[in-house]
Design a protein around this ligand. Structure first.
Ligand code: F6R
Ligand code: MN
Length: 172
């Protein structure tokens, strides 16, 4: 939980995440008020300003859509060469990284784990655990977000929980 002047929170409900999960019909059946994740953040300067930093904590709830674990939408940065740090605070999950040519890698996120996301690399967090996954982030204030590239082609990895087992599946 972040406290301090200027902290804001953005909430994403499962029903907001059209097209994100493989089984969109299962997503549409989720209760309208079911929260998938929220991002608390502090933006010390105007969005798009070069030279500043933004800071946030993403909290992804435990759960699945069909069998697919709750996750963030995921994005490249609009200013594509901008990098970012993530670090695990609470809970367990995965960070999926993907290059423009769809080469993906997966890192385990747990309390204290540190993850450097290079520029030109899409990133998505996935909660594989049974409690909330909280992850800190720090990124340049001129990074921006490119969600459209992900909306059209998706990530090349999906993560499912079936009978308590986590399954990481390549989807091309
Ligand atoms: C900022 C960043 C995170 C995410 C947050 C939610 O560049 O990577 O703060 O914005 O984890 O994920 P998205 O934005 O993909 O819905
Ligand atoms: Mn980012």
């Amino acid at each position: 939980m972040l406290r301090g002047e200027g902290c804001i929170v953005e909430t994403r409900r499962v029903t907001d995440l059209k097209g994100v999960f493989a089984d969109d019909a299962a997503r549409a059946r989720c209760p309208a008020d079911r929260i998938a994740y929220s991002v608390q953040m502090h933006r010390a300067t105007a969005d798009g300003t070069t030279g500043g930093l933004f800071f946030g904590v993403t909290r992804i709830e435990p759960g699945t859509v069909g069998d697919e674990c709750f996750m963030t939408r995921g994005h490249f940065h609009a200013n594509a060469d901008r990098g970012e740090y993530y670090w695990g605070i609470e809970g367990v999950g995965l960070l999926v990284l993907m290059t423009r040519d769809r080469q993906s890698s997966v890192q385990r996120v747990e309390p204290g784990s540190l993850h450097y996301i290079p520029g030109h690399t899409a990133h998505r967090l996935i909660n594989t655990g049974e409690q909330a996954l909280a992850v800190g982030a720090c990124w340049p204030s001129d990074a921006g977000h490119d969600y459209d590239s992900i909306a059209s082609a998706g990530f090349s990895v999906r993560v499912y929980r079936r009978n308590g087992e986590i399954s990481i599946e390549r989807v091309g």
